[in-house]
Design a protein around this ligand. Structure first.
Ligand SMILES: *[C@@H]1O[C@H](CO)[C@@H](O)[C@H](O)[C@H]1NC(C)=O
Ligand SMILES: *[C@@H]1O[C@H](CO)[C@@H](O)[C@H](O)[C@H]1NC(C)=O
Ligand SMILES: *[C@@H]1O[C@H](CO)[C@@H](O)[C@H](O)[C@H]1NC(C)=O
Ligand SMILES: *[C@@H]1O[C@H](CO)[C@@H](O)[C@H](O)[C@H]1NC(C)=O
Ligand SMILES: *[C@@H]1O[C@H](CO)[C@@H](O)[C@H](O)[C@H]1NC(C)=O
Ligand SMILES: *[C@@H]1O[C@H](CO)[C@@H](O)[C@H](O)[C@H]1NC(C)=O
Ligand SMILES: *[C@@H]1O[C@H](CO)[C@@H](O)[C@H](O)[C@H]1NC(C)=O
Ligand SMILES: *[C@@H]1O[C@H](CO)[C@@H](O)[C@H](O)[C@H]1NC(C)=O
Length: 538
């Protein structure tokens, strides 16, 4: 009797938390985690982790679950974690151990370095109780080996005919990028033949079961551009959840071709990342036109800019602060990502000012930060709180498109819905410069700048003037009367209970709907602004 009840209960829970669609993800804000590096178990040595050693540091699904307050208090409404499948466990490879989770051995097994099936379920359940979503990274294009003649019996697909024969990638040759092997001869990444019907059906049933068993809400697809067109659509339909793919590189035509009915719901926004580096890196080109140009291209290239994954850092790129040491550079670019079209994604550690260079220096342990409420953390919390408020309180903010109001030598002003963001690349030192922005708001409208809570009054002809005599802070403005009941900058909060920014934010998101089937797409690897990334893992 009680087990029947339990069964009934768990079935109804399953229904209640079935995965999320692209449209549900549109309103989210994602915190990206390298599972091994986010949090340690109680009592572990906090000084033992050296990213340069490229080995496991001890983070798990359980330690993520134990530290979700830190993420939710910053206003995030979803997390993206490292791949969950079993990884290579043999002798240390030329590039260290598989701590990052991208070196797939048998995809059908879980990675026991990160915990048990129950630990992963507990993480998923805890997220859902908080109204948050779980996105997992999946590696489908390839497995990992330490030679070009692997023992195929150790993989989920055991027949050599289910793989493309070894060949090194000839970059620029699309067939080669799709069929040859990523990695190199020291750590080759055997490439699945995703046109083989047994691979298509095997992967489809695998992902369907994984998503169902762990109530996964969305997938981040590694190396999406290394699989031939037509595969992701089938794979993501089987998964039944939102799919966002890695299409590494700043070619907007290539990127956009993967956000298509036959491909993926969305892609990680490398083209805008590149534009942001050109506009905001100090020292750098300081070229705001790169943003204007890219936004203009959104209109004709992307099927749905509101779903693009906007980021400034990830596990393959140097930290923003490694390339651009002035903190205001990062804050202004960050404000752009939260206040323009797309889903903001913050890579763990950015909120603590981490400044390592590319792999492996960009996978620092987070615990050395003591999880403090740093300036960057507070800035991100404010942006999340504001974005979550806009989503909950207006019907059209997410659907509105970003327009450029002004570009100047010192920055750019954009508008999305009723929000005007005035962003600059002058950095922290005060400068005797100003920017005048023509807004659509009537003369004398009072605007609140939500990061500093200062007030601005709209002048004649809709002008909003900002000056930088205290340094180049980002300014995010909204007519003050629209902040009513937001809890922002002294406005009384709608809800009586005492809540932190983040909890307030994600309370808006408990309305999970049944999944509908959305399409998905392709993937991954190599250079940005002259940095050649050796594509050993993702
Ligand atoms: C492109 O790569 C494919 C697969 O390796 C190869 O068969 C083909 O000859 C290459 N094309 C050119 C023009 O090199
Ligand atoms: C600024 O960026 C635009 C768009 O990418 C480009 O056309 C222009 O040449 C760049 N200007 C400079 C000075 O680099
Ligand atoms: C960039 O990263 C490298 C390696 O992590 C480090 O040695 C260097 O100091 C960093 N530069 C900055 C500006 O943080
Ligand atoms: C974290 O706490 C330890 C112990 O109190 C301290 O030694 C260390 O400096 C702190 N680190 C940061 C970044 O605040
Ligand atoms: C950060 O702030 C939150 C809420 O304001 C507080 O609960 C938390 O303890 C603070 N964390 C640290 C490490 O100071
Ligand atoms: C700032 O610049 C304006 C005009 O460019 C000038 O009139 C003014 O004196 C300057 N102020 C300071 C403090 O340098
Ligand atoms: C008024 O604003 C528009 C843009 O909205 C601008 O093109 C025009 O030059 C402004 N007129 C004056 C007199 O400043
Ligand atoms: C979202 O808006 C509704 C009504 O519009 C309100 O009742 C609710 O408290 C808001 N939730 C949050 C988290 O702001």
């Amino acid at each position: 009797m009680s087990s029947l009840l339990a069964l009934f209960f768990s079935l109804s829970l399953l229904r209640a938390v079935a995965g999320a669609t692209a449209d549900q993800w549109r309103s989210r804000s994602i915190y990206q985690i390298i599972t091994d590096r986010f949090a340690l178990p109680q009592g572990a040595d906090i000084n033992a982790c050296d990213p340069g050693k490229q080995t496991w540091c001890g983070g798990t699904w359980a330690t993520i679950r134990e530290n979700l307050d830190y993420i939710q208090n910053a206003g995030f409404t979803a997390i993206w974690i490292s791949p969950v499948s079993q990884n290579y466990e043999g002798p240390r490879s030329a590039y260290g151990d598989a701590y990052h989770g991208y070196w797939i051995a048998d995809a059908s097994k879980l990675n026991d370095r990160f915990g048990t099936a129950d630990d992963l379920k507990a993480l998923s359940d805890d997220l859902h109780k908080r109204g948050m979503y779980l996105m997992i990274d999946v590696v489908v294009n390839n497995v990992m080996s330490t030679s070009v003649t692997p023992d195929y019996s150790k993989y989920m697909f055991k027949n050599p005919s289910q793989y493309h024969p070894y060949c090194p990638i000839q970059w620029g040759n699309v067939t080669s990028e799709q069929n040859c092997w990523l990695g190199d001869t020291k750590v080759p990444l055997p490439d699945l033949n995703t046109q083989d019907p047994t691979v298509v059906s095997g992967y489809s049933s695998w992902i369907k079961d994984l998503v169902t068993e762990f109530n996964i809400d969305g997938l981040r697809i590694d190396a999406a551009k290394h699989v031939q067109p037509g595969f992701w659509n089938v794979f993501c339909e089987a998964a039944g959840v939102f799919c966002i793919g890695e299409v590494f590189g700043d070619d907007i035509n290539e990127a956009a071709s993967y956000q298509a009915p036959n491909e993926l719901d969305s892609i990680l926004n490398y083209p805008m990342y590149t534009a942001l580096t050109q506009a905001f890196w100090i020292p750098g080109a300081l070229n705001s036109s790169a943003i204007t140009n890219t936004l203009e291209l959104y209109k004709t290239k992307f099927k749905d800019p509101g779903l693009l994954g906007n980021f400034l850092e990830n596990q393959d790129l140097p930290r923003w602060a490694n390339m651009s040491v002035d903190p205001q550079s990062m804050y202004n670019a960050m404000a752009f990502n939260f206040m323009s079209d797309g889903i903001p994604i913050v890579y763990y550690g950015q909120e603590q000012g981490f400044h390592g260079s590319a792999d492996p220096w960009n996978r620092e342990p987070l615990w050395t930060s003591n999880y403090t409420n740093s300036s960057a953390y507070e800035m991100i919390a404010s942006l999340n709180q504001f974005r979550n408020f806009l989503i909950n309180s207006t019907s059209d903010w997410l659907q509105s498109r970003t327009d450029v109001l002004t570009t100047s030598d010192v920055g750019i002003a954009i508008q999305k819905g009723d929000v005007i963001s005035i962003l600059t690349n002058i950095g922290s030192p005060p400068q005797n410069v100003s920017m005048a922005v023509y807004s659509p708001f009537p003369t004398s409208t009072t605007m609140t700048e939500i990061l500093s809570c200062s007030q601005y009054v709209v002048g004649s002809n809709g002008t909003i003037s900002v000056e930088y005599s205290k340094g180049g802070q980002a300014k995010v403005l909204i007519p003050t009367n629209l902040l009513q009941n937001s809890g922002i900058c002294g406005s009384v909060q709608a809800q009586p209970e005492q809540q932190t920014k983040g909890q307030l934010a994600s309370a808006a998101f408990v309305d999970r709907k049944q999944p509908s089937f959305f399409t998905c797409g392709l993937y991954f690897v190599f250079l940005i602004l002259g940095l050649i990334a050796t594509s050993v893992h993702v």
